[in-house]
Design a protein around this ligand. Structure first.
Ligand SMILES: Cc1cc2nc3c(=O)[nH]c(=O)nc-3n(C[C@H](O)[C@H](O)[C@H](O)COP(=O)(O)OP(=O)(O)OC[C@H]3O[C@@H](n4cnc5c(N)ncnc54)[C@H](O)[C@@H]3O)c2cc1C
Length: 463
């Protein structure tokens, strides 16, 4: 077995992992980023909007490393910018094809060593200290030793292998559905937005008091039209999509969510498909078995849009996400378990290291979905304690697998939050290395927060 040694090892190259690797390297640590797949970005490459970087008021709640990635996209003409959905949130849209180029560029700028096509399959730990992970490549294995580890695998693979406690689902036993995103190019914006304006009853709009602001559905549809971007949600219980589901023209789904990915290609991402069979995302056979149904749903939804939505008549099917989207698996239990109430009420905390703003968003079967906004269009704090797994000294978690209840995970799983958590985790790990700390808990909170602020992270000053 080969041997590689580093200061900070980041496992998983999705939003949280790239945030962590950039931050760790920026803070001065020799950093290795290990990714199981062929490409960096994880779900960021699916084409979906990056949610949770702004609150519903349009205040940026996640900056720092996230902003650096957006800036790289902007310079490569792949940044569409913040948009309002006039339903619950504001979000940022980027071209996923540009993200594929921009992310490696930023990582290279800071000298992060990236190892693709390589999965962490084993973790060696002793007395709460992670000593090494074993990386399986196609032709060999590497023993990776590091002073500090960041688990950004989405599923908490390393933390679980090292013995951290975790939860899956809640008393319901439910798991959110799997989905496969797809894109359509050549969408004519003007007729599409006219159709949207004229079908207000079919749109998901004004789902929080703050966003509705006393406006009618028609006024909110007019606001989408005036914004001028193809950023639209057709609701599963509205006349347009609901009628299609009843006729059998569409499969049951909560929403058809349409968001822009490229102005140059007149391209949008469509989030509509779902297989809601409580499939555990780490079960490769079960996830694979969902693929034929998801691909049929993609084709059905693409055809439905072309045949029924003005502006889509001559649109071309432009591709699917690089992998099936998995919304929910394990949640690592940390020193603090963030709750749905913390998020919903926009709670501010002393040990904040990043923020969140997305509504609690739990997809269910058929046309069902839980959507609970953060009060008053505000944001909540993600505390340092919920990135520290119980019982482990030199491992930090970031991203979808952070310490939260199932309800809170419905919002913290968003890509904006994952980027922000990654930033905090990577900076903390690098500081712990340079301070030669044996336990991440010994890192002074005020020094961590001061460094994060210097690096552009938002820790205060927002609703
Ligand atoms: C269908 C769907 C729709 C969504 N819609 C939105 C949306 O519109 N906006 C939004 O902001 N969020 C959305 N989300 C949520 C969001 O995309 C994810 O929760 C978020 O991207 C997770 O980021 P992450 O970095 O924690 O994990 P991921 O992006 O999943 O990245 C984890 C990475 O780790 C790698 N990995 C895993 N295990 C190992 C291992 N053992 N060794 C090495 N590498 C490993 C994986 O290959 C992956 O690349 C959606 C999610 C899904 C599935």
């Amino acid at each position: 077995m080969r041997h590689l040694d580093t200061d900070v090892a980041v496992i998983g190259g999705g939003a949280a992992g790239i945030g962590a690797a950039i931050a760790a390297a920026k803070t001065g640590a020799r950093t290795v980023l290990v990714e199981a797949g062929p490409m960096l970005g994880g779900e960021l490459l699916s084409g979906m909007s990056v949610d949770g970087v702004l609150n519903a008021r349009g205040e940026w709640v996640v900056r720092g490393v996230a902003e650096e990635i957006f800036e790289e996209c902007r310079q490569m003409q792949g940044f569409i910018g913040p948009l309002h959905d006039f339903r619950l949130i504001c979000y940022v849209c980027c071209d996923p094809e540009v993200l594929k180029l921009a992310i490696p560029r930023v990582l290279a700028r800071y000298g992060v060593q990236v190892i693709l096509y390589s999965q962490v399959s084993e973790t060696y730990s002793d007395n709460g200290e992670v000593e090494a992970v074993v990386i399986s490549h196609r032709d060999s294995r590497t023993l990776l030793t590091a002073r500090y580890f960041v688990d950004a695998s989405g599923d908490g693979d390393v933390a679980v292998q090292a013995g951290a406690p975790f939860e899956i689902s809640d008393a319901s036993g439910d798991l959110q559905p799997l989905s496969l995103m797809f894109r359509m190019s050549g969408v004519e914006n003007a007729p599409f937005l006219d159709f949207v304006r004229d079908n207000a009853a079919s749109l998901a709009v004004g789902e929080s008091d703050y966003v509705r602001g006393g406006r009618s559905d028609e006024e909110l549809a007019q606001a989408i039209h005036a914004q001028g971007a193809p950023s639209v949600f057709f609701k599963g219980n509205g006349p347009f999509l609901g009628g299609a589901i009843q006729r059998g023209d569409m499969f049951p789904t909560a929403l058809i969510m349409i968001m822009p990915t490229s102005e140059a290609r007149k391209e949008v991402c469509v989030n509509a498909t779902r297989v809601a069979e409580n499939i555990m995302g780490t079960d490769a056979a079960a996830v694979s078995a969902a693929m034929p149904l998801l691909t049929e749903q993609v084709w059905q939804a693409a055809r439905f849009l072309k045949e029924n939505v003005p502006g889509f008549e001559n649109a071309a099917f432009a591709g699917v996400a690089p992998r099936i989207g998995i919304r929910e698996t394990r949640r690592i239990m940390g020193e603090y378990v963030l709750t749905g109430e913390d998020c919903r009420t926009g709670r501010k905390m002393r040990d904040v290291v990043t923020k969140g703003a997305h509504h609690i968003d739990i997809h269910q079967e058929g046309i069902k979905q839980v959507r609970i906004p953060v009060e008053n269009g505000g944001s909540y704090d993600i505390p340092w304690q919920s990135l520290i797994p119980q019982g482990l000294k030199n491992l930090v978690v970031a991203g979808r697998c952070m310490s939260s209840t199932r309800e809170a995970n419905g919002t913290t799983r968003m890509m904006g939050q994952c980027l922000g958590m990654g930033h905090a985790a990577g900076t903390a790990a690098a500081m712990a290395v340079s301070g030669e700390l044996a336990d991440i808990r010994k890192l002074p909170l005020d020094r961590l927060q001061a460094t994060l602020r210097e690096q552009g992270a938002v820790l205060e000053g927002t609703h």
